[in-house]
Design a protein around this ligand. Sequence first.
Ligand SMILES: [Zn+2]
Length: 73
Amino acid sequence: MAAEIIDQANELVEQNISQAIQRMRIDRNGISAEQCSECGEDIPAQRRAAVPGCQTCAECQGIIELKRRRRGM
Ligand SMILES: [Zn+2]
């Protein structure tokens, strides 16, 4: 009986891990914009690789985050 419970628990853990990996894969495949949606400048390949799914260059991202913070205050 105990062994059965452990088997079921292991199965659940494995399911959770594979689901988490799948979610990570989806995020990693997030389409990064080649050009900034704010200023139209090319987004460096390094940034696109580091921030999957990014839509803006680092400079505009900083401005957006600043505006968000101001709005929050
Ligand atoms: Zn920009």
